[in-house]
Design a protein around this ligand. Structure first.
Ligand SMILES: [Zn+2]
Length: 111
């Protein structure tokens, strides 16, 4: 892990400097949505399986099977996507853009 905190150019201290995690938040949201969509898409086969099993009880069972399969896939995809997006966003924040803010004087700077 790279936990180096740069010094504030104004205060010459790293004590109050914190990473601005803009891309981490964006990455989490984007990853969550993309993962949810992908999970829902991938779950269509699961939904079909659920519908087939549910078809033992016609109409009602089919509907419940599709719903359960699709929702489970979307949820799983959302969480997986959020985790990946969070990691990617943090990586961008930490290693590519690296914007920092000093909470003592309010200075924002890049490394
Ligand atoms: Zn400062």
């Amino acid at each position: 892990m790279d936990n180096e905190i740069p010094k504030c150019p104004n205060c010459d201290s790293s004590e109050h400097v914190a990473l601005i995690n803009t891309n981490q938040k964006i990455g989490t949201a984007v990853g969550g949505v993309a993962g949810g969509a992908a999970g829902y898409w991938g779950a269509s086969s699961g939904a079909v399986t659920g519908a087939t099993i549910g078809s033992v009880v016609p109409v009602v069972g089919t509907g419940i099977g599709i719903l359960a399969g699709g929702l489970a896939g979307a949820l799983a995809g959302f969480f997986a996507g959020s985790a990946v997006g969070n990691q990617v966003g943090e990586h961008i924040d930490r290693h590519i853009i690296s914007e920092w803010r000093c909470n003592q004087c309010g200075t924002e700077f890049e490394t």
